[in-house]
Design a protein around this ligand. Structure first.
Ligand code: IPD
Ligand code: CA
Ligand code: CA
Length: 263
């Protein structure tokens, strides 16, 4: 099956915008009683689930017989030639506390390769998009990474895993030890923060204990923007490997030298 990625990107972006409006509207009326805990610090509500259902219905229409890997399990995961990897609401902790940012993250994989990525932030009305072999865009304007090449005064995002294991604790405390002369931001949405590296807002981002739906679209958008993404061992298992280091590329080696000392 051959897909026209340009047409598909238009369809997916339109859908992200529509369901993004749903997220935003529901947030305004979200009741405490609608919020459930999936685990320690890990929130979910009917909004995540309903947004995912709506998304799956639309995406099924666009690519017949594609598989799905979704956070809220609307469809059972089945490996197919094409697979959608989606997080209907990334940044749920922000969402339930009425904070920005939060986003919808949609990636399409062909066999083992991501070929389309969309991350939509409905509060900022920012749509990050990329397709294979083309430069990525933010609201239709081409974006690219920074050219910062040293850690001194670099602007680095990171995240705290829900499950704060000893390893995660070490990573957090050692971060300040090893990256002491950088500035840090922690915004609570991996999908968006990867796009911040892609669009030159951050110089780098790293996080352990993530899932494929958090990173598949954002990592692809970043790579198309000239950035580099690896796992914590500098390998390529960053979508399913639960940890990633994402940089403007020029900073990658310097960041990696410190990352290996974080555990
Ligand atoms: C989370 C966000 C957050 C990251 C967590 C993720 P969710 O996704 O990306 O930034 O720190 O590890 O699970 O739960 O809001 O979809
Ligand atoms: Ca997520
Ligand atoms: Ca989510």
């Amino acid at each position: 099956m051959n897909l026209d990625l340009n047409i598909l990107l238009t369809q997916v972006s339109q859908t992200a915008k529509e369901i993004g409006s749903y997220l935003k509207n529901e947030q305004a009326n979200l009741k405490q009683s609608a919020i459930e805990m999936k685990g320690l610090r890990d929130y979910v509500s009917y909004v995540d689930k309903e947004a995912e259902k709506q998304l799956v219905v639309k995406l099924k229409d666009y690519v017949s017989d594609a598989g799905f890997l979704t956070e809220e399990d609307t469809v059972e995961y089945e490996k197919k030639e094409y697979t959608w990897i989606i997080d209907p609401l990334d940044g749920t902790s922000n969402y339930v506390h009425d904070l920005a940012p939060y986003a919808m993250s949609i990636a399409l994989m062909h066999k083992e390769e991501v070929i389309l990525g969309v991350v939509y932030d409905p509060l900022a009305d920012e749509m990050y998009t990329a397709i294979k072999n083309e430069k990525p865009r933010l609201n239709n304007n081409i974006i690219s990474v920074t050219d910062k090449d040293e850690i001194l005064n670099s602007f680095i995002g990171f995240g705290i895993p829900y499950d704060v294991t000893t390893e995660a604790r070490n990573i957090l405390s050692n971060t300040f030890k090893h990256f002491g002369n950088a500035s840090f931001r922690l915004k609570g949405s991996a999908a968006i923060e990867l796009c911040y590296v892609a669009s030159g807002r951050y110089d780098a981002y790293f996080h352990s204990d993530l899932s494929a739906w958090d990173v598949a679209a954002g990592a692809f958008i970043l790579q198309q923007a000239g950035g580099k993404v690896t796992d914590f061992r500098c390998g390529s298992n960053y979508i399913f490997g639960k940890e990633l280091v994402a940089t403007n590329s020029k900073l990658h080696n310097a960041i990696m030298k410190n990352i290996i000392n974080l555990r």
